[in-house]
Write a protein that binds this ligand. Structure first.
Ligand code: C2E
Ligand code: MG
Ligand code: MG
Length: 708
């Protein structure tokens, strides 16, 4: 930095001399001359000087006073001041020194001495200026450091506050007297009034007192907190003691995290574990859970509340599911679930056990009439047509009812017995309800035994065939025989098909039995063909399992081939149900068999729901009017139906057979109605092959009954 010498003198001549002399000492140094001491002071207040040379006696201000004022300036307090005066008065000198002058020179000045003194003072002044600058720099540095530390502190405090405010958690603190001393912005936003006066605040204060009393933190306290918005959310709160510098308890810090979402998903998970996804009804395991609780409560009080369990199975559901697709099946189940749910009272419960099985748990079922009423109502509800995707569909329900504690000592037993009762309804043709009775247990056991015995029967070839004649009413001749299976069961005797076919079908033995019947019937027909050459046809029944198994064509073809029987002498009897619902399994096979000459007849016609339109496409050769119409032929409606069926047969060129004709008058009536063929006890009971053979040999139409 450039060094300046300030020269103050009211005499311009002196100013010039001093300036020249100073300039000769250090040509690089700057010189400022001021005739007016006040102007000099002003300059010095804002600039650095290394030396001030001033006259003592000046009209505006004398040198002593100027020196004093220079010393008062922060920027020039230690600048060397040299006072020059023409007066030798000592008082001036003393005055100048007292004011802070550094040197005093008598004028006229000795130039060499003046220069020497100026040099010395300039050295000193320069030194002092540097010290001054350094001190100033240090001071500045110090100031800056202090400022920046303050800033950092301020910043970090602000940031902390910001963090605390933006953490998505309610954070607050209370002092040892329970006064709220801090609340973060999040909490204020949620609760509206900060620490709050709500129930939450009361509860929070209670917990604070616990922390203050024990000095221990509380963590994981879950509770619902009503928000200012009116919404109630669940928070997980933890509280920790706050201590002052001496370790004394000074307050409590609280933090509450919103765990509503977690709670919701937990609730959803637990709901899903207990409910069925499709219908949202409680599932089997939840039903069991509730049943177990009810049983346990009964055991604890010693007085079991009567409970009824309605085990519901939708009839024909599988048909709809397979036929129309799972999408429709699902919708049907949902609709059924809805109806069940609408039907029950507050304490009752509907559950989906799986598939098309539901259960209704009826509470307070002490009165059997109430239980029966509910079962009947449930059955009725499910029997009403469902409309799904604009399509109307009808199902029915088989309902088994077991009442606890009488029908089951634990949930498993109760459910099993309700299931047994349901099963009883199913085996009796479905649709309805049935209370459990203890004999069902022995029946169930008997059924298991029956299944085992049936398996053995196949291996031991215990099955036999009976043949029932079919008589052409136009000629009076036997034209065919229906092969009907019997089981010669060891220790029991001859068992009718009604007593074992359902069990055979359920245990998967049906197709095998039918195959045996098919082969045996073909073999027998061939024997008769060989005997008299006329060739009467043999009819065999095709069951649902046999139609479903697949490969029907191959099996029939092989049976014909092995027996050497012309296909035209074999007739397959399929009920409307088999034709309607299993047609997709066997359609191609039946078609192929029909092409090679095997005849197809529709059994039990009139009991199913064949659409008449389908009849033409089924290529049936025969319709067998169901026995129920013949039984009631004395009713005009039955006769009308028989007539209509005959008319239909004529129109479609399908032969019509009347089944179950037992009396002469029935025979007359069906003859009058125009039936082609008759099969019934009146023209011949099912008989063994030998008897049938004899009948054929007699060559006449049997009249009246002939026993097995
Ligand atoms: P279905 O095919 O309709 O057979 C006719 C049934 O009616 C036979 O009973 C026969 O004995 C009986 N019936 C015939 N005429 C009269 C009559 O005038 N009055 C009365 N009350 N009944 C008469 P069955 O032999 O007990 O067979 C019952 C059902 O069992 C059959 O009905 C058929 O669906 C089934 N079935 C019999 N054998 C077989 C078989 O080998 N395989 C298959 N899949 N099912 C068979
Ligand atoms: Mg039949
Ligand atoms: Mg029949």
């Amino acid at each position: 930095m450039k060094a300046f010498t300030v020269i103050v003198d009211d005499s311009p001549a002196n100013l010039a001399i001093y300036a020249r002399l100073v300039g000769s000492v250090d040509p690089a140094a700057g010189v400022r001359t001021f005739p007016d001491p006040f102007a000099a002071l002003e300059w010095l207040a804002g600039n650095d000087a290394d030396l001030v040379v001033t006259d003592y006696l000046m009209p505006a201000l004398h040198g002593g006073e100027l020196t004093r004022r220079i010393r008062a300036l922060a920027s020039a307090s230690d600048v060397p001041v040299m006072v020059v005066t023409a007066h030798a008065d000592r008082a001036f000198r003393a005055e100048a020194y007292a004011a802070g002058a550094s040197d005093f020179v008598q004028s006229p000045i000795d130039h060499a001495e003046f220069r020497m003194r100026v040099r010395n003072l300039l050295l000193l002044g320069g030194h002092q200026r540097r010290i001054r600058a350094r001190a100033r720099a240090l001071e500045q540095e110090l100031k800056e450091t202090a400022e920046s530390r303050d800033q950092v502190l301020r910043d970090s405090r602000e940031r902390l506050a910001q963090v605390i405010d933006t953490i998505p958690a309610m954070i607050s603190a209370a002092d040892a007297d329970g006064n709220c001393i801090f609340v973060n912005a999040y909490q204020t936003a949620l609760l509206g009034d900060g620490c709050g006066r709500s129930d939450y605040a009361t509860e929070s204060a209670r917990l604070d007192r616990r922390v203050l009393a024990s000095g221990q933190p509380i963590s994981g306290y879950e509770g619902d907190i009503p928000l200012a918005s009116g919404e109630v959310r669940t928070f997980l709160t933890s509280k920790s003691p706050l201590r002052d510098g001496n370790g004394e308890l000074a307050g409590v810090l609280s933090m509450s995290l919103d765990i509503s979402e977690r709670k919701r998903s937990e609730a959803l998970l637990s709901f899903q574990a207990r409910h069925d996804g499709l219908t949202s009804l409680p599932n089997r395991s939840y039903l069991f859970h509730c049943l177990r609780q009810a049983f346990a409560a009964g055991a604890a009080t010693g007085r079991a509340r009567p409970l009824a369990l309605h085990f519901i199975d939708l009839d024909q559901f599988k048909r709809i599911n397979d036929g129309l697709g799972h999408h429709i099946g699902d919708r049907l189940l949902q609709a059924a679930a809805g109806r069940l749910q609408d039907a029950i009272r507050g304490g009752d419960m509907v559950a989906r056990l799986g598939g098309d099985e539901f259960a209704v748990l009826q509470d307070d079922a002490g009165n059997p009439a109430d239980v029966a009423n509910l079962a009947a109502r449930l059955n009725q509800l499910l029997t009403k047509p469902f409309v799904i995707d604009g399509r109307e569909m009808v199902v029915s329900a088989s309902i088994g009812v077991a009442v606890a504690p009488a029908d089951g000592e634990d949930p498993e037993e109760l459910l099993r017995n309700a299931d047994l009762a349901m099963y009883r309804i199913k085996s009796r043709g479905r649709n309805g309800f049935q209370f459990f009775t203890p004999d069902m247990l022995s029946d169930a056991r008997a059924e298991v035994q029956l299944q085992t015995a049936l398996r053995l029967a196949l291996a031991r070839e215990e099955f036999e065939l009976r043949y029932q004649p079919q008589v052409d009413l136009r000629t009076g001749r036997i034209v065919g025989a229906e092969a009907l299976v019997r089981w010669r069961r060891e220790g029991v005797g001859l068992v009718e098909p009604g007593a074992f076919l359902a069990v055979a079908a359920e245990s998967g033995l049906m197709a095998e039995i039918d195959d045996w019947v098919l082969r045996e019937a073909c073999r027998q027909a061939r024997v008769w063909l060989d005997r008299d050459g006329s060739g009467i046809s043999v009819s065999v029944n095709v069951s649902v399992p046999q139609a479903r198994t697949g490969g029907l064509q191959t099996r029939v073809a092989r049976a014909l081939e092995d027996a050497g029987l012309p296909p035209a002498l074999l007739e397959l009897e399929l009920t409307e149900g088999v034709l309607l619902h299993e047609a997709h399994h066997a359609a191609a096979d039946l078609e192929a068999l029909h092409r090679v000459g095997v005849r197809i007849s529709i059994d039990d016609f009139g009991t199913g729901f064949s659409s008449l339109g389908r009849l033409a496409t089924l290529r049936a050769d025969r319709l067998k009017i169901d026995r129920s119409f013949i039984e009631t032929l004395d009713k005009p409606s039955s006769l009308a139906i028989v007539r209509a069926i005959v008319g239909l047969g004529r129109a479609l060129r399908i032969e019509v057979v009347a089944e179950g004709v037992e009396t002469a008058s029935q025979l007359d009536r069906i003859r009058g109605a125009g039936c082609d063929v008759v099969q019934g006890y009146y023209t011949g009971r099912p008989m063994d092959a030998a008897s049938f053979g004899r009948l054929l040999e007699q060559g006449r139409a049997p009249i009246g009954a002939e026993a097995d």
